[in-house]
Write a protein that binds this ligand. Structure first.
Ligand code: PXG
Length: 457
């Protein structure tokens, strides 16, 4: 049970000493400090002001098995007693790390038989960046350095992560991207292809990759990286056929294909991985978040045997982190995967809760503020528009409606993200039908309540 915290004092200290992630420090100060989240169970978080909030974001797209899993606590304690830390630099490795690598290789299957560990999704993408460039150098094609990514992609917050990502407002801070990253259009039909046949739109988006390859010169292109469905960009689910086109283009020019599964992995889309749901075969797969359901920080990159064979010709791969293959994180991740398997959460997402969420969201389509609802497994989105049947935004620009509706949702007891004018959700895979009903009811109520403020824009 929660401790008896002095919430007012914690808020004061938060403002005084703590710098939050990806936030406006001044805004937090003006608010009198962040919301203090004290405890959680199942699909609910609790704050210091006594609110119980349905966690429509699974923490930050990660708490796939829900909160309060005693066995994860126990497995961590057991591992800490036995071996709290050891590294993988000294020709050494801990038992759970080896077993987790084997487990991941089994889940990714096929040619992805090798796993490199890190602590975060960003680090996983840094690993991809360095490994891919080293691979091409060893293959005797050192000019192949360029990564192709999409605008509005999210691949992390490190220098390589922001550079690979396609968020312009992030590029503006720190003089990014670094050289060698090219961005092409995203398959965001509602925002950028509205009125067009979606499949045709998807083809055009894929074709923009080929155009860029030709412009840069295929001999200079190392890899294409994409999230199977974009998460932080606004739950953007590509039209059918898009990934098949992308894969064919990568194969045509001998370019490596990277599926960033940091959000889509571990059952989120109704298969273990998003690329399995969307039907393509990547060469490298960075993953994090749902790997440990966020109970401890761990990430991994699954790598094809072909790449590893080439890497073996190069001596030391001088890359890795203190916490690469951390035994406690690995033990927790292993047990987390066991829970997902034991409770059948992947099939449940595919056959039961995913379709149930899709139907619950579809019922919101009769609301005049809703332009589109979409979902893939338990990733969902609601587009807010100024005129039904269009993609026109309130105030004529993107970004006015999302924060307003999001704030109403949180007030009404549902944690969601408002990305521009899209309300996005990613609940724990343990969410029940009645909780999905609550989620949709709160969104409807919040849309109603935000309406007067939207009209006043
Ligand atoms: N790739 C993807 C696809 C992600 O979603 C990362 C990499 C980076 O992972 P780390 O563990 O380094 O954060 C992510 C992370 C948001 C938001 O605003 C999304 C993420 C992180 C922070 C905020 O929705 N995704």
């Amino acid at each position: 049970m929660p401790r008896n915290y002095d919430i007012a004092e914690l808020k004061r200290l938060d403002v005084k000493h703590h710098l939050p992630a990806q936030q406006d420090f001044k805004l937090i100060e003006d608010m009198g400090g962040s919301r203090i989240v004290t405890h959680a169970e199942g699909c609910y978080i609790h704050d210091g002001d006594g609110n119980r909030i349905l966690d429509g974001m699974a923490g930050l797209w990660c708490v796939n098995v829900g909160y309060g899993r005693e066995e994860l606590v126990e497995v961590a304690a057991e591992q800490m007693r036995e071996l709290p830390f050891y590294n993988t630099f000294f020709k050494t490795v801990a038992p759970p790390t080896v077993l987790l690598a084997q487990k991941i290789a089994g889940l990714t299957g096929g040619k992805l038989q090798h796993v490199f560990f890190n602590a975060s999704g960003s680090e996983a993408n840094d690993t991809v960046f360095r490994m891919v460039r080293q691979y091409w150098k060893l293959k005797g094609e050192p000019k192949r350095k360029v990564f192709i990514s999409r605008w509005n992609a999210y691949h992390g917050s490190t220098v390589a992560g922001v550079s690979l990502g396609g968020m312009k407002f992030m590029h503006e801070q720190g003089d990014l991207p670094i050289p060698g990253v090219e961005h092409v259009r995203q398959p965001y039909w509602f925002g950028e292809g509205f009125g067009q046949d979606p499949v045709q739109f998807g083809k055009e988006c894929a074709a923009s990759i080929e155009e860029r390859i030709l412009a840069v010169g295929p001999e200079n292109v190392a890899a294409f990286i994409g999230e199977p469905a974009q998460g932080a960009g606004g739950v953007i689910i590509p039209p059918p056929g898009y990934w098949q086109e992308v894969e064919a283009i990568c194969r045509k020019y001998g370019i490596l294909l990277v599926a960033d599964e940091v959000i889509c992995g571990f059952g989120r889309t109704g298969e273990w991985f998003g690329h399995q749901t969307l039907g393509f075969t990547p060469d490298l797969v960075p993953m994090a978040k749902g790997l440990s359901s966020g109970y401890l920080p761990i990430s991994a990159v699954a790598v094809s045997s072909e790449i590893v064979e080439v890497m073996k010709t190069g001596g030391d791969f001088v890359h890795g982190f203190t916490y690469s293959g951390h035994p406690v994180c690995a033990a927790v991740a292993l047990r987390n995967i066991e829970i997902i398997e034991r409770e059948g959460l992947v099939a449940r997402t595919r056959d039961d809760t995913g379709p149930y969420l899709a139907k619950a969201l579809a019922r919101l389509n009769d609301h005049p503020l809703v332009g589109e609802t979409r979902s893939l497994g338990l990733l969902g989105a609601v587009e807010i528009v100024a005129e039904p049947g269009t993609n026109k935004r309130w105030g004529g620009t993107e970004g006015n409606a999302g924060p307003l509706v999001r704030d109403r949702c949180i007030e009404n007891g549902l944690m969601v993200r408002g990305i521009r004018d899209t309300i996005v959700m990613c609940p724990p895979l343990t969410i029940s039908h009645s909780q999905i009903d609550d989620l949709a009811a709160i969104i409807r109520k919040s849309l109603d309540e935000a309406w007067p403020a939207l009209k006043a824009i």
